[in-house]
Design a binder for this molecule. Structure first.
Ligand SMILES: NC(=O)c1ccc[n+]([C@@H]2O[C@H](COP(=O)([O-])OP(=O)(O)OC[C@H]3O[C@@H](n4cnc5c(N)ncnc54)[C@H](OP(=O)(O)O)[C@@H]3O)[C@@H](O)[C@H]2O)c1
Length: 282
């Protein structure tokens, strides 16, 4: 495993497991399985409705809580009552603290919610803060209003959309990209790009492993989602080879500026309307 050192001095594993779209049983199984394979970074969110299950998976794995880097996200519908929402999130995960807490979307009173997350850091409930799906002007707004710089930006990033502009903006802040859709959500067009097939053959790896290694070599932390035990095992087995500068440059040619998801203002309004009872989950 490679690690990256954050702007708060903490070392974080560069590869973890994501749990988006996983039903509770599947999330529990995937988290437990991943931890038993050597993963130490877990990413979930209020909105995935599987936080309790992730907590169960962590406990079932037998891995000590302090050895796990646990990341979750507040959904916009709880921003107005973020202090309570943080306590409820911790209760669902059955833990006293999370290592990383994100604002999931730039909707609603995100400045007020960020301030609540800063209070939670001071209270020892949260170790580091992050923003997810925020664009540069919104990140600037948070930086101007708040005390603690975000350690992570969790955004869509993959070889088709490597987030070059955002990376340059974050570099002086020491904030790191945590890539969502690191494998393009499994898009076969991306995974089967000829450059990955050629490099997979050279290194005796799969195309997905080449993509994940590219991410870590450009400094991204990755959280590929998988419920498939073979994929879970493979996705962390990427640190025993290094792509050359020439190979990294070749992969850079795949950048097409294509992202799979782009938030429109009306979507942000919709996010505020999505307000299930987050405690209502097995
Ligand atoms: N902040 C946000 O708004 C946001 C949005 C989306 C996602 N996320 C986070 O980012 C994580 C990753 O995103 P994602 O899971 O949607 O997409 P992803 O990791 O790019 O792709 C997941 C897909 O790829 C397949 N896959 C995984 N490993 C593979 C391998 N080695 N070979 C071939 N196929 C493989 C998985 O299927 P199998 O199950 O069959 O392996 C699944 O269909 C999420 O789980 C979540 O934690 C955050």
């Amino acid at each position: 495993m490679d690690y990256i050192t954050l702007n708060n001095g903490r070392k974080v594993p560069m590869c973890g497991i994501g749990t988006f779209l996983m039903q509770p049983d599947a999330a529990e199984e995937a988290v437990c399985n991943a931890l038993m394979c050597g993963y130490r970074l877990i990413d979930t969110a209020n909105a995935y409705l599987n936080e309790r299950a992730c907590g169960r998976g962590m406990r079932r794995s037998g891995v000590a809580r302090e050895d796990i880097y646990l990341s979750t996200k507040l959904w916009p519908s709880v921003y107005a009552d973020a202090d309570n929402a943080i306590d409820q999130t911790l209760a669902r995960l059955d833990t006293d603290y999370v290592d990383l807490l994100f604002l999931h979307q730039p909707a609603g009173d995100y400045i007020g919610a960020y301030r609540a997350m800063e209070r939670a850091v001071k209270a020892g409930k949260v170790r580091a803060l992050g923003l997810s799906n925020f664009e540069i002007p919104q990140i600037r707004e948070v930086l101007d209003a708040c005390e603690i710089a975000p350690a992570f930006l969790q955004v869509e990033a993959h070889p088709y959309f490597p987030q070059t502009e955002l990376k340059a903006f974050l570099q002086p802040l020491g904030s790191v990209i945590m890539a969502w859709y690191p494998l393009g959500h499994g898009d076969k067009n991306l995974v089967n790009e000829p450059v990955f097939t050629a490099l997979a053959r050279k290194y005796g790896k799969s195309n997905a492993q080449i993509i994940l290694r590219w991410h870590t070599q450009v400094g991204n932390v990755v959280i590929p989602g998988s419920t498939n035990p073979a994929h879970i095992r493979d996705n962390i087995d990427i640190f025993d080879f290094t792509l050359t500068d020439a190979e990294m440059a070749e992969i850079a040619q795949v950048d097409s500026g294509r992202r799979y998801y782009e938030a429109k203002p009306e979507m942000l309004e919709g996010y505020l309307q999505f307000a299930p009872d987050f405690d209502d989950q097995p």
